[in-house]
Write a protein that binds this ligand. Sequence first.
Ligand code: CTP
Length: 387
Amino acid sequence: MRGKVIVLADGPAVLLRVPALLNGLRAAGLSVTVASSESANIFMPPLAYAALSGRASLSLSALSDEQLGEADLVMAVPASLQLLDLLSGEDWEGRLQALKRPLLIAPALLPTDMQPGFLDELAARLGSRFALVRPSAAAEPLGALGALCVASVEQCLEAALTALTPPDCRDMRLLITAGPTAEDADPARYVTNRSTGRMGVALALKAARRGAKVLLIHGPMTWPVPPHAGIECCAVRSAQQMYEAVMVRLSEHNAAILCAAVADYRPVAYSREKIKKGQESTFSLLLQRTPDILAAVGALPSRPFLVGFAAETNEVEANAREKLYRKGCDMLCANDISEAGSGFAVATNRVTVHFRDGGCQELPMQSKLDVADAILDLMLARWQSAR
Ligand code: CTP
């Protein structure tokens, strides 16, 4: 992502967030400049901001209208109450009008300020020229200085990346399934697969940054879901629970991507007591089929635009096209999980997208985040023309 970001820094709260925030913004490809107040400079000297951002820092009091106007995003993270007063005061009224986007504010509040209604009042006072990243309720220790409530680095980064991403999916209410499911045999054992949920999380994150309202229904994942205001998470465990959650919530959505690696079979019986080993050297666990969620959604008389996935090891194209039609999808993303760098538990993926109306598009091997963007591009074009 390209863009110029100015981070306004004030007070001791800079110690809590600024280094990780600058690293994260730079890792996203953004060019970052810090404008620090005198009180921020007591806790972190200007040279530290320069070292972390790779650009000479500015003085908050000397920040010019021209510098602000050139920035694609200005963010006050974390913002002390003094900085909030300054930014919402008369001196900044005209400057805010000239910004390309609402100024992103993540207040750093004393636990005693976190009274019910305080943040709503603050949001109302700040108005539409600001975008508020709400602090987490739990106070974070700041050494001998006490403790502060402030949004996490991930939340602040996501808010910044979302503000800088064109909201071309804003009309999408997107249901995504992700991760494996776990089918319990007894209190200690279960049947599952190698999925970590990473592809589904990448799809949820990219869609939310592009303005979609996302419901992520996921099994027990080893890949974390970053906090994003546009993503609602619904954790389930088994295929049956995932099926029920999808069926209950489906009608609220106008698009669905089912990419969970749902277990195809579950133990016929669940033993409440741990199954003890016997004398025999072999052991059989009788399994029964789980519901096929994608096929069930595809068979509904009225369903959202539907994208499925196919994990294959052989005859990838033929199997993918057969699954696309049998499960009633509009699009199906096929990946060869036997290929190095593609499939489960890796950062990259190579998928070929097959379309119901014929044809396919091969995508290159790339990060799962980039695969997600490419799938959303292909989906958006067809989803819009199908509406
Ligand atoms: N799927 C599903 N419910 C299931 C099994 C699969 O919703 N019980 C969905 C997956 O989320 C994916 C698609 O169906 O979008 C294909 O999954 P895949 O594991 O490739 O195929 P299966 O249908 O399980 O067939 P097989 O394992 O025989 O290849």
